[in-house]
Design a protein around this ligand. Structure first.
Ligand SMILES: O=P(O)(O)OC[C@@H](O)[C@@H](O)c1c[nH]c2ccccc12
Length: 266
């Protein structure tokens, strides 16, 4: 079933498409490298070419994360980052003039600890437009999906290269916002090339849905963004950005330069 609502996340993909560009979606761990930089980092990403920002709420047992993202979550947690503080930062972002739409990425335990209703209410309050929960299987996402639907927030699903057509169909049919296409199985982190199978995977997905497809895992420079943009509607960049911002003194400047670079892909 198609989503019954349109929000700024859909609009971000529509706008990018109009400009014949892929939507640029950096991933940022909240509280990394320091809590007091997170708001400025979000603003810097938005001001330098991000169309959408994937906001990571750090979790202690991040199964799907690669080493770089994991280390950033660990560091943020050690310095006292919490979901509540994340939402405080996002409240600041909502009050700013920034235009990039926010998508939250975190693990199901965080949601359960907060309480699903409370979590969704917080998301609604700060204007989050999508939620990604990598350890929540489609079959178990019904309750969350209903709550998010009512708040006009998209629940994002993943497609991985090893899925059957039947499975892809099922995911595509309940897709909302965008489909997160994992370019390679395994954990996140940088790789050399965008795999050749992306075009055929996209074709398989598009048999069943016209929901935008965003590619993530291993994309770290403009050249790869440009390769990916030939086939997909959005590009997610995590580890490569996190590496750029490890030093608090240079984090803001590096983030700005890096975002300008990847969003100016040819
Ligand atoms: O870091 P990469 O390879 O650029 O990939 C993005 C990815 O890190 C980000 O979307 C993400 C962070 N944690 C995750 C957990 C599961 C899936 C995706 C993620």
């Amino acid at each position: 079933m198609k989503a019954q609502f349109i929000n700024e996340l859909d609009q971000a993909f529509i706008n990018a498409k109009k400009r014949h560009r892929a939507a640029i979606m950096p991933f940022l761990t909240m509280g990394y490298p320091e809590e007091n930089l997170s708001l400025r980092l979000l603003q810097t990403l938005s001001d330098n070419g991000a169309d959408i920002i994937e906001v990571g709420i750090p979790y202690s047992d991040p199964l799907a994360d690669g080493p770089v993202i994991q280390a950033s979550s660990q560091a943020a947690l050690e310095r006292g980052m919490t979901p509540e503080k994340t939402f405080e930062i996002l409240t600041g972002y909502a009050d700013s003039e920034c235009t990039a739409s926010l998508v939250i990425m975190t693990y199901y335990n965080i949601l359960l600890q907060m309480g699903l209703e409370h979590f969704v209410e917080k998301c609604r309050f700060v204007g989050v437009r999508g939620v990604v929960v990598p350890d929540l299987p489609l079959e178990e996402s019904k309750t969350l999906k209903v709550l998010l639907d009512n708040a006009h927030i998209h629940l994002i699903h993943f497609v991985a290269p090893n899925l059957s057509d039947e499975r892809i169909k099922k995911i595509a049919q309940s897709a909302s916002g965008f489909i997160y296409l994992i370019s390679v199985t395994g954990v996140t982190g940088q790789r050399q090339n965008v795999p050749d199978n992306v075009a055929s995977l996209c074709a398989r997905i598009r048999q069943y849905t016209d929901t935008p497809i965003a590619l993530g895992f291993g994309i770290g420079h403009a050249e790869q963004v440009s390769q990916a943009a030939k086939n997909v509607d959005g590009v997610i960049v995590g580890s490569a950005l996190i590496k750029q911002i490890s030093e608090p003194e240079s984090a803001i400047d590096n983030a700005a330069v890096f975002l300008r670079e990847i969003s100016a892909y040819e």
